[in-house]
Design a protein around this ligand. Structure first.
Ligand code: 16G
Ligand code: ZN
Length: 536
């Protein structure tokens, strides 16, 4: 206890303006980095408790603020299987971080240990990494100091993408078990992906060059490193890496990256995207990806999370069919209310696969996807992955093929299980998945776009007095309060063809968001503005 109190003195918490509280939100704690040193220390205490609560399994802590500007940073906890911190524990994180004094902090720490029946004498282990933000060092020092003060074993993996840390947490906890996730090292991650990539390709050729915009974040150096592991004699993967400057922090996420492309609906200005070239953008910590290309005649086309989701679902659905397992393997697709209605129609009507809608936030999608044999989940913003249940993977590995086509399909499914990050959305892994599918189908991005047409849509941010007044039901698609607001939205929507609109409180900003889609661009804009006026 003395050790904790003493160490905590060196990493004080900064009181927020107007008595506001720190909150463990959908992205952990995320804000200006100057406020985070004390937060990182206290998160270290919680991670140590969590490890002890879970029989000394390793817990992960990632220091990143993803697509935010470089002055921000964030602290996020990863659970033993590589998924996000269990929701129940978010409030414990919030309680520890808001402890008013050092004594108060030790008291809450001890209370948590008692209430949760945690044996403080057993070993604990925490592993961590950070993105390229300069403030990362200071936050790691604070975190490590909490781990020392609680006699917790810890490993500093230094620079990592967020999904690499998730990989390492799962690999650490599954090492030596039948469900081993791979070698416990960054190299192990590259080797696993490279080997799976070769196997999933099955000798198919990749057409042309892929340009990858790394948002000047940690994805740049990591992608360069990964490419060294691809055997050139087995796969011809020609990649041009751009926006990979991690030496000038101010350029991180600046006019580039997946978030820029998705919100601005255009290609990054630099370097100029060549007409017809296949391009994609990662975000600052490489857990999101958006594809796009500029058509010589019709201009910019974006292939976002919904597109990747429908592409993956279509390919995997066909493989399961070819493997003769249509009736044995349950495939499901999980989306949020932001998914373009055209993608939902395509998946349900054309692919004939069930779609479930969940509230925004990866943890919600991930959870529902775990309920299928193969669960495909993506947010429209490009974060997502495909989960294979352990039983499904066993089944693919052990099923005796009845024909060469079945054998091929089964082998490809097994390779995809290794290629696709099973813990969290991963830009590098998702990119390889897309490349594999396009190669198998001999598709250009143009062919991919042609599968269906997106409904024109518009997203607006609305300043409101108190966003907490806005409560939703039906996976955020309807407002339950304020009273009467939903009826007004329904009336507005009725005036347009193929229209849909919803309003929800942001989980990351003090504002509401309104989404609208309709048959034409001008109608989508008009509807979004009408609904914005309703909730203003
Ligand atoms: C968080 C979520 C992201 C979601 C976004 C919505 C995670 C890891 N991140 O960044 O998935 O799209 O919040 O933000 O879950 P909003 O609530 O402000 O619209
Ligand atoms: Zn991110």
């Amino acid at each position: 206890n003395d050790q904790i109190a003493e160490a905590s003195l060196k990493h004080p918490i900064v009181p927020l303006d107007k008595g506001q509280l720190y909150k463990y939100g959908t992205a952990g704690f995320r804000m200006n980095a100057d406020l985070l040193e004390g937060v990182a220390f206290r998160v270290g205490l919680l991670a140590a408790l969590r490890s002890r609560k879970l029989n000394s399994q390793a817990i992960g802590v990632m220091i990143t603020a993803s697509h935010n500007p470089s002055v921000d940073n964030g602290v996020k906890i990863v659970d033993p299987m590589g998924d996000m911190l269990e929701q129940d524990w978010e409030r414990f994180a919030t309680a520890l971080v808001n402890a008013p004094s050092n004594e108060g902090l030790v008291e809450i720490y001890n209370c948590l240990a008692t209430d949760l029946k945690i044996d403080l004498k057993i070993p604990a282990k925490v592993i961590y990494g950070r993105d390229t933000r300069p403030s990362g060092h200071k936050l790691i020092t604070a975190l490590a100091s909490a781990l020392d003060a609680t006699n917790t074993e810890h490993v500093d993996y230094k620079l990592l993408t967020t999904p690499q840390l998730h990989y390492l947490v799962r690999a650490t906890n599954s090492e030596g078990t039948p469900l081993s996730y791979g070698k416990v090292s960054e190299v192990g991650y590259y080797e696993k992906l490279a080997s799976a990539f070769v196997r999933a390709m099955k000798g198919k050729k990749i057409d042309g060059t892929l340009t990858v915009d790394c948002a000047n974040g940690v994805g740049g150096p990591k992608l360069h490193e990964f490419l060294k592991y691809i055997p050139k004699d087995k796969v011809n993967f020609d990649v041009k890496v751009v926006n990979d400057d991690v030496l000038r922090p101010e350029v991180l996420n600046l006019d580039c990256g997946a978030d820029f492309v998705k919100t601005k609906q255009r290609a990054p200005p630099n370097p100029k995207t060549q007409a017809g070239a296949r391009s994609c953008s990662y975000d600052g910590d490489a857990d999101r990806i958006i594809y796009y290309w500029v058509d010589p005649e019709t201009g910019f086309f974006m292939l976002d999370g919904d597109r990747i989701s429908s592409l993956a679902a279509s390919f995997i659905g066909d493989l399961v069919e070819s493997a003769g397992l249509r009736d044995d393997i349950r495939i499901g697709v999980v989306q949020t209310a932001y998914a373009n209605g055209a993608s939902t129609n395509y998946i349900t009507q054309h692919l004939k696969l069930p779609v479930t809608c969940t509230p925004t936030g990866v943890k919600h999608l991930h959870h529902v996807a775990q309920g299928f044999d193969i669960g495909v989940y993506f947010e429209a913003n490009g974060h997502g992955t495909v989960l294979f249940s352990p039983d499904a993977l066993d089944y693919f590995r052990n099923k005796a093929p009845q024909s060469p086509a079945q054998k091929d399909a089964l082998e490809t499914l097994v390779a995809l299980g290794d290629l696709i990050n099973q813990t969290v959305g991963d830009a590098i892994s998702d990119m390889l998945l897309v490349e594999v599918i396009l190669a198998h189908k001999s598709w250009t991005l143009r062919d991919w776009v042609m599968t269906y047409s997106d409904l024109p849509n518009r997203l607006v941010r609305v300043e409101v007095g108190n966003k907490d007044l806005f409560q939703t039901t039906d996976a955020e698609r309807r407002l339950s309060s304020p009273e009467g607001a939903q009826d007004e939205i329904d009336n507005a929507v009725k005036k347009y063809k193929d229209a849909r609109s919803f309003a929800r409180a942001s989980g990351t900003e003090n504002a509401c968001r309104v989404y609208a889609e309709a048959a034409t661009r001008s109608e989508a804009n008009e509807l979004a503005e009408r609904v914005a006026r309703i909730i203003e």
